[in-house]
Design a protein around this ligand. Structure first.
Ligand SMILES: *[C@@H]1O[C@H](CO)[C@@H](O)[C@H](O)[C@H]1NC(C)=O
Ligand SMILES: *[C@@H]1O[C@H](CO)[C@@H](O)[C@H](O)[C@H]1NC(C)=O
Ligand SMILES: *[C@@H]1O[C@H](CO)[C@@H](O)[C@H](O)[C@H]1NC(C)=O
Ligand SMILES: *[C@@H]1O[C@H](CO)[C@@H](O)[C@H](O)[C@H]1NC(C)=O
Ligand SMILES: *[C@@H]1O[C@H](CO)[C@@H](O)[C@H](O)[C@H]1NC(C)=O
Ligand SMILES: *[C@@H]1O[C@H](CO)[C@@H](O)[C@H](O)[C@H]1NC(C)=O
Ligand SMILES: *[C@@H]1O[C@H](CO)[C@@H](O)[C@H](O)[C@H]1NC(C)=O
Length: 643
């Protein structure tokens, strides 16, 4: 008895000493957990339906409500975040080849110098679980294997967008599927295991968890054509929120269309049948987010249990936003309305205020430099990075490379409207535009120049739903400043993106904001600027199609006229606006390839597994014939529906 008591006391003492030792060895560098969903809006209240997100992040951290994706579609937005650059600098401007996708990302060398590698250089153990980017497939999963991860377990196409078929490649190994499971649950289990593996190490970790939810489901139908449908919830969540509807904000399916650009103006008002379908699609998004929310709860419990919560930053965001019915739209993203570009950005961690809403303006390309600042690894961020450090903490407020003060560009290149779930809807105007957003305490503007030569200007201070295009009746003073700003931001690099006024007013460093530049003493200066126009409506980025360039932006610049023979038209009205309104001709997938795809079962409803069981026992290798058959997925339109 005595012996046992002494034994127990010794044991207690020992564990006390061990805990103390661990506490002392607590890494000075904080851990970072980044949870990143796919197509989640900030403007349509989706986070209000996520109780764990509210409890652990919103109430214990800060919401940055002016955080934006500068290109509102998956692959370009993800690459922008990974590289800390605008899409005009990554030149990944589409989801699919030839202008986007994993193969182009690799070919351009973008994956040789990007966020996970910088985090490793800063001493972090790096982990990625979930959706990396479009066109990372069963065929190219190891060609090359994504660089910079100590552990990676990524979803592979063409199965990424099938909720009840979870197919992953782990650490560049041949892909496996988890039979009869719900994809988000597998990501949940893998993410929790990734945290558990960090339990006994002192090395700081960077864990990126990227569920595909609440993205719409895409799958290959029985006849070999691509079919799209709303998000698919886990069976246990399928009946929630029966009475919830899309918020009926003033821009929801308005009686009169007020958007003036070709892309919008001919959209017909949605009838009640379609509105009901959209409401159901909205509910399915909220339902699909419930499995994500369960994961959030469980990751926080794990961090708490390990005693790591106080030294961990947890960040929640999404690659781009989403619209359903706003300005009469069918479901999708890719446009420049607030619903598409404004994304959740919620941060909790040491030095971050609790329960606060911040108005700081930031974009996805600021996230990489900000994480490196938290990781005390600034020296690993290359000079060419466009983003700056978001002032999350008092420390970061003093960072020498801050975010752009109030303005950023939003861009897109597409010749047709990518509307999900409704691939057959009428083609509307081309979707190539450059937008600048300027947000401060005193003003809030959205200014767009479309490839068609059309302009839109909204004053979001008075008109948060972007219903009243004031371009035609806005004073030239404001328009001229915005026109100059767009010339710089449309093609900016590095410092110029963070401080565009240095380029516009090289002689006057006191000008730091639109307000400063609006002074009438600069009116003449602005009359000298050419107006920005697109040459043609193109589906990709070509610098020579987007003139003028900085350096030749003054109307009286003789050099410009000499070196750009025949480009006189830049000075006058928009040039010939070629409009390619055709969707690509798509083939159906031939039977032999279909046969290969059906080697992986596609259950209607996935089974549920307990987090306590070994989910790896559900894994089945993807058949080698499928891995070995090189399939040109874009030929079948796999990515063209707007993933
Ligand atoms: C996959 O799960 C289904 C349903 O439980 C089962 O019938 C089938 O045998 C499983 N397949 C494999 C390869 O385990
Ligand atoms: C394939 O089937 C879907 C319905 O399941 C239909 O909408 C589509 O037009 C069909 N495609 C072809 C090429 O037959
Ligand atoms: C829509 O336009 C019509 C015709 O101009 C007008 O009578 C009506 O009041 C407008 N509706 C709204 C909601 O503004
Ligand atoms: C509603 O609109 C859709 C798409 O234009 C159309 O196919 C459908 O027939 C309409 N339904 C009714 C009841 O008008
Ligand atoms: C971007 O990619 C396109 C298409 O591959 C190419 O034509 C262009 O030169 C690239 N870069 C720039 C800066 O335009
Ligand atoms: C005129 O263009 C040249 C070459 O593009 C450039 O170096 C120069 O700075 C420009 N001058 C002005 C006033 O913009
Ligand atoms: C894949 O298909 C697309 C669309 O048909 C085509 O443009 C592209 O050249 C093809 N790629 C390869 C590598 O064959």
């Amino acid at each position: 008895m005595k012996f046992t008591i002494i034994g127990a006391a010794l044991f207690l003492l020992q564990s006390f000493l061990l805990t103390e030792a661990k506490r002392e060895a607590t890494p000075s560098k904080p851990n970072i957990l980044f949870i990143f969903t796919d197509d989640q809006d900030a403007k349509l209240d989706s986070i209000d339906y996520m109780p764990n997100l509210q409890k652990y992040l919103v109430q214990q951290g800060t919401i940055y409500r002016n955080h934006y994706a500068t290109i509102s579609v998956c692959c370009p937005s993800r690459v922008s975040l990974l590289r800390g650059q605008y899409a005009h600098n990554t030149n990944i401007t589409d989801v699919s080849p030839p202008y986007g996708g994993y193969a182009r990302f690799s070919r351009l060398g973008l994956g040789d110098n990007y966020l996970p590698i910088w985090m490793q250089e800063a001493g972090y153990s790096t982990h990625y679980i979930g959706k990396l980017m479009n066109e990372y497939t069963v065929n190219n999963y190891n060609n090359p294997k994504p660089k910079g991860f100590d552990y990676q377990d990524q979803l592979v196409d063409p199965f990424t967008y099938i909720y009840n078929t979870a197919v992953f490649s782990r650490n560049g190994e041949p892909p496996v599927y988890y039979n009869n499971t719900y994809q988000t649950d597998v990501i949940h289990a893998k993410a929790r295991d990734a945290l558990k593996r960090q339990r006994d190490t002192d090395k700081p970790f960077f864990l990126w968890v990227a569920p595909m939810a609440p993205h719409g489901q895409f799958f290959i139908g029985d006849n070999g054509s691509i079919e799209t449908m709303p998000a698919v919830p886990a069976t246990r969540h399928a009946n929630l929120f029966k009475d919830v509807k899309i918020p009926r904000n003033p821009n929801f399916n308005p009686e009169n269309q007020t958007k003036t650009a070709s892309f919008w103006k001919d959209m017909e008002r949605l009838n009640d049948t379609i509105v009901e379908e959209l409401d159901e699609a909205y509910r399915d998004r909220l339902r699909a987010l419930q499995a994500v929310d369960e994961m959030i709860g469980s990751l926080f419990e794990e961090l708490e249990e390990q005693g790591k919560l106080d030294n961990t930053y947890v960040i929640y965001s999404a690659d781009n936003g989403y619209h359903l019915g706003q300005h009469r739209s069918y479901p999708g993203k890719c446009s420049n309305i607030e619903e598409d570009i404004n994304v959740p950005f919620i941060v909790r961690g040491p030095g971050i205020e609790k329960g606060k809403i911040s108005d700081v303006v930031s974009s996805h390309h600021d996230i990489a430099p900000t994480l490196l600042a938290l990781a005390k690894g600034d020296e690993y961020v290359p000079d060419w990075v466009d983003g700056g450090v978001i002032p999350l903490t008092k420390d970061l407020e003093r960072h020498p490379k801050p975010v752009a003060k109030e303005s950023f560009a939003v861009e897109f290149w597409a010749t047709f409207n990518m509307a999900e779930n409704y691939p057959s809807i009428k083609i509307v105007g081309p979707n190539t535009y450059k937008t600048v957003r300027v947000i401060s305490d005193n003003y809030n503007y959205m200014y767009s120049v479309w490839c068609t030569g059309e302009h839109e200007l909204y004053n979001l201070k008075d008109d948060p739903y972007e219903l009243n295009n004031i371009y035609g009746n806005t004073h030239i003073q404001l328009r001229s400043r915005l026109d100059a700003l767009i010339i710089v931001l449309k093609a900016c690099r590095a410092d110029n993106c963070r401080d565009p006024w240095r380029i516009i007013h090289p002689e006057d460093p006191s000008i730091k904001t639109l307000e400063d530049a609006l002074h009438e003493k600069y009116d003449y200066h602005y009359t000298q600027f050419q107006k920005f126009t697109f040459g043609e409506c193109e589906n990709h980025y070509s610098a020579s199609n987007e003139l003028p360039h900085i350096g030749s932006h003054f109307i009286n610049n003789i050099t410009y006229i000499h070196t750009n023979s025949g480009s006189q038209a830049v000075f006058s009205a928009p040039r010939n606006q070629k409009r390619d309104e055709t969707k690509p001709d798509l083939k159906s997938i031939p039977e032999d390839i279909l046969g290969l795809l059906y080697l992986i079962p596609k259950p209607e409803q996935a089974g549920q597994f307990s987090l306590d069981e070994d989910y790896e026992k559900h894994s089945v290798p993807v058949p080698q014939e499928l891995i070995d058959t090189h399939i040109n997925w874009s030929e079948y339109g796999f990515y063209n529906v707007g993933s």
